[in-house]
Design a protein around this ligand. Structure first.
Ligand SMILES: NC(=O)c1ccc[n+]([C@@H]2O[C@H](COP(=O)([O-])OP(=O)(O)OC[C@H]3O[C@@H](n4cnc5c(N)ncnc54)[C@H](OP(=O)(O)O)[C@@H]3O)[C@@H](O)[C@H]2O)c1
Length: 264
């Protein structure tokens, strides 16, 4: 038996353990969600591209709970070919899977008169294609299990094409649409697919060059709490901040002819 498998505590009738994969675990929202899920008793496979950050995070969680609750898997989501084998290994190590969360993402903020295909390409690669590559592995397993939950952290940025960041808007609009399609396919098989739209969250993303001023921004802890509530309630679409739901409801109804004149 591989070493990781022997380290992970087995579920017993008195200590049922849910198992989760979290892709994008060492970022702002990802890390706080890892802590939240560990508190709920999940055993977690943490996937991200920085081995050192993942190891430090796993060590801290495992020391807190005095058992192996988190296992690191170094992986760059744009190396799509590696995903099928890695997914099989992780599920074997965990001894099953109940929850899959994709929170990895990148953003670049172009200047208002800049068009940068290289950066747009990177955002589509990580925010959309990486998610599709992982979820193409997860979906058939959950479909045949007739259970499981898939969570995608998308964005309100995908609700409308805005002047500020066409590439990011496109990556998130594609992701939101993909998640809706998965939900429409999988709900009939007992699988819960959740789209998270966090609004603005005070993470490193908002400190990048050209980033907009935070508006109605929440902390990563509030975001993680909102995501956990959505998981617990088996929601379909969840806005972390209720205010963003109303803002976006209004904005999606603004006619194009007017929206085009706004700088939003
Ligand atoms: N912050 C916001 O205001 C906000 C609002 C709406 C939606 N979101 C979405 O929420 C998610 C998390 O964002 P965050 O604010 O927590 O940002 P963050 O702190 O930058 O976290 C992003 C995470 O994705 C990982 N990642 C990036 N590229 C990757 C790759 N190629 N392979 C594997 N992992 C990769 C990063 O790893 P590294 O540490 O190695 O870079 C990091 O762990 C993103 O999808 C973002 O679009 C954020």
């Amino acid at each position: 038996m591989p070493e990781t498998q022997t380290m992970i505590p087995r579920a017993t009738p008195l200590t049922p353990r849910k198992k989760a994969i979290l892709v994008g675990a060492s970022g702002g929202i990802g890390t706080t969600l890892v802590y939240r899920l560990a508190r709920e008793g999940y055993v977690l496979a943490l996937v991200d591209r920085s081995e050192d950050k993942l190891k430090a995070l796993c060590d801290e969680i495992n020391q807190t709970y005095r058992e192996t609750r988190a296992v690191p898997y170094e992986h760059d989501v744009t190396v799509y070919d590696r995903i099928p084998d890695l997914f099989r290994k992780v599920v074997a190590d965990l001894g099953g899977l109940d929850l899959f969360v994709y929170v990895a993402g990148v953003i670049y903020f172009p200047a208002m008169d800049e068009f940068n295909f290289a950066e747009d390409y990177k955002m589509v690669e990580v925010n959309l294609l990486g998610a599709m590559a992982w979820m193409s592995q997860v979906a058939p397993v959950f479909q045949s299990m007739r259970g499981g939950q898939i969570v995608g952290v998308s964005s309100v940025a995908g609700d409308r094409g805005r002047v500020g960041n066409p590439g990011y808007n496109t990556s998130k609009a594609g992701f939101t649409c993909y998640l809706e399609a998965l939900r429409n396919r999988l709900t009939r098989h007992g699988v819960n697919v959740i789209t998270i739209k966090p609004g603005m969250v005070k993470t490193e993303m908002l400190n990048l060059p050209n980033a907009p001023k935070p508006t109605l921004a929440v902390t990563p802890e509030q975001a993680a709490e909102g995501i956990w509530k959505a998981i617990k309630k088996r929601k379909q679409v969840a806005y972390v901040s209720g205010l963003w739901r109303w803002v976006m409801l209004a904005l999606t109804h603004v006619p194009s002819v007017i929206f085009r004149r706004l700088s939003f």
